[in-house]
Design a protein around this ligand. Structure first.
Ligand code: ADP
Length: 192
């Protein structure tokens, strides 16, 4: 079985938590562009230095940087049975790039699963996370900007996948196990 999946949803919808659980259940790596950027920022790499200029203010990192990073990551052997992308694609141009990366390998995407959540709930969760994790992009102003960027650039992606018949939407409100079960049943019929 292979599972080539994209996880969509607003910041704070629980993508990271669910991605880790789904990856384990499906036996494919969870690939989070946000995590890769944060690891590089912590490690003081050139990529990290560039990414931080944008991520610290809640802006998207330029596509040329992000796309190259994802192309490299998807070329690694552990994606042979598939992958679960979290945080990518994040705008319509990245959707096209992912299509191209897959097409170059003779592959297609199985499904885009969107975790839906009310913006009010999301803001509350992010502010709580800020106190626990201390992420530099979890301040009230930056969160607001991330949500604006999401609404303008990322939310339209759902429509693109819906038109292709590749979108499943799952309610992200409820306990973590419950949401995982909903996601697994949405994915179950699409992963081959
Ligand atoms: P969130 O919790 O807002 O979903 P992530 O952890 O996914 O955040 O990403 C954190 C930051 O990393 C983003 O605000 C953005 O600056 C950068 N980033 C992550 N993924 C992408 C992407 N696909 N394209 C551009 N920038 C990205």
């Amino acid at each position: 079985m292979s599972a080539r999946l994209v996880l969509l949803g607003p910041p704070g919808a629980g993508k990271g938590t669910q991605a880790a659980r789904l990856a384990e259940r499906l036996g494919v790596p969870a690939i989070s562009t946000g995590d890769i950027f944060r690891t590089n920022i912590k490690g003081g790499t050139e990529l990290g230095r560039k990414a931080q200029e944008y991520s610290s203010r809640g802006a998207l990192v330029p596509d040329e940087i992000t796309n190259a990073m994802v192309r490299d990551r998807l070329a690694q052997d552990d994606t042979a049975q598939g992958f679960l992308l979290d945080g990518y694609p994040r705008n319509v141009a990245q959707v096209a790039e992912l299509d191209a990366i897959l097409a170059d390998a003779g592959l297609t995407l199985d499904l885009a699963v969107e975790i839906t959540a009310d913006p009010e709930v999301v803001i509350e969760r992010l502010l709580k996370r800020a106190q626990i994790e201390g992420r530099e992009d979890d301040t009230a102003d930056v969160i607001r900007h991330r949500l604006d960027v999401y609404a303008e650039q990322t939310a339209p992606i759902s429509g693109v996948y819906a038109e292709r018949g590749l979108l499943a939407q799952v309610d992200g409100i409820g306990d973590v196990d419950e949401v995982t079960d909903r996601l697994l049943s949405a994915i179950g019929s699409a992963a081959r």
